[in-house]
Design a binder for this molecule. Structure first.
Ligand code: F3S
Length: 284
């Protein structure tokens, strides 16, 4: 049997960096209490492992408010500026693991809003990354996700419009929305801040799934990008299986498959991918 493992399976650059930061801090700051502001990634296994090492997840801004000391790690999604200000005020050490691609958006939004532009974020308004981006603007921000949102939004004619995107937004949808806005306004600057990691992972998954007898997609059941990967693979390969860890994999299901493809969502740790890969190889 041949096993094809996707090169883009698992953590993207920003998530890998954030996870490594937590483990580094655990080693470096022994004796200090380590917190992450929100779960560092959407993966129960990883979060549980960090908890075992003494890392606590802060779930709300109120919880952050009640902290007196310790080290707070900012995850790859980033946070609004006021969170850094709060930590500074309280004299709490802040370790920033915001993905540099997200940080770049924060800087654009800060600069452009200070210059008087109307900031438009194309993305999902409830996503933590978008909430973080919003928090770098010095003026109210419009978050647009659908055609309806564009049509309902009243643009201030006296301002220039600066459009940025949530890093994981769909490029086609982004283009479509930008086109509609361009028809309403002339003075817009569009910054495509979509990150390629997701698209590359999806493209590779589809191409592997097309050429194998069975496909395994590994990821947390709550991870939306893993669900998306599963849908993409399932469309082109009838024998596609969604598993969280090796325990969910029934090797009998793979039956007479001669080629098996493996990919994994952005928050699936490498050791889980390796374990699945090795077991498939050993058992066939
Ligand atoms: Fe960063 Fe792109 Fe990942 S923005 S966190 S490398 S999906």
């Amino acid at each position: 049997m041949e096993v094809k493992l996707a090169k883009t399976a698992g953590f993207c650059f920003g998530v890998k960096r954030a996870v490594e930061t937590v483990y580094e801090q655990v080693e470096k700051e022994k004796g200090k209490k380590i917190y992450t502001y929100g779960p560092i990634i959407h993966n129960e296994e990883v979060v549980k492992d960090m908890q075992k090492k003494g890392v606590t997840v802060i779930k709300t801004e109120e919880e952050l408010e009640s902290l007196e000391s310790g080290v707070v790690i900012i995850r790859s999604h980033g946070v609004p500026k006021r969170i850094y200000d709060k930590l500074e005020e309280k004299n709490i050490t802040c370790v920033d693991a915001t993905c540099p691609f997200v940080k770049k958006i924060h800087n654009i939004v800060k600069k452009e809003s200070e210059a008087g532009s109307q900031i438009v974020i194309i993305g999902n308004s409830t996503h933590p990354e978008v909430e973080g981006i919003k928090g770098w603007s010095t003026s109210p921000v419009a978050v647009i996700q659908t055609v309806e949102d564009v049509n309902n939004f009243k643009f201030d004619k006296s301002k220039k419009v600066c459009i940025v995107s949530q890093t994981t937004f769909n490029y086609k949808k982004f283009e479509e929305l930008v086109e509609i806005i361009s028809k309403k306004r002339y003075d817009i600057s569009v910054l495509n801040t979509i990150c390629n990691a997701t698209t590359e992972r999806q493209t590779e998954a589809r191409s592997i799934a097309e050429g194998v007898d069975a496909m395994i997609v590994i990821g947390d059941k709550h991870s939306s990008n893993t669900q998306k990967l599963f849908e993409i693979c399932d469309k082109v390969c009838n024998n596609t299986y969604y598993i969280q860890t090796l325990d969910d994999l029934d090797l009998n299901q793979l039956g007479s498959a001669k080629t098996v493809g493996i990919t994994a969502g952005a928050s699936t740790p490498n050791n889980i991918i390796e374990e699945v890969q090795n077991n498939v190889r050993i058992n066939f």
